[in-house]
Design a protein around this ligand. Structure first.
Ligand SMILES: [Zn+2]
Length: 65
């Protein structure tokens, strides 16, 4: 079945056997997607910052908002 990438709207050929919580990658824009719903199939962009193992910069208490 075809699902559209929420990021670039590229039609993705999704495996019907994908279940909620599984992840895949968009071939077009390379974004990582998580299956948030399997019926109907729905994908969400995984937007989490990745820290390098060697330097996990801790979040400072800088509250300027
Ligand atoms: Zn995409």
């Amino acid at each position: 079945m075809a699902v559209f990438c929420p990021e670039c709207e590229n039609p993705l050929d999704v495996d019907d056997e994908l279940e909620e919580g599984e992840t895949m990658q968009c071939d077009e824009c390379g974004v990582e997607l998580e299956v948030v719903s399997s019926d109907p199939m729905e994908l969400a962009v995984i937007d989490e910052p990745r820290y390098e193992d060697e330097d996990p910069s801790p979040i400072s208490a800088d509250e300027e908002e």
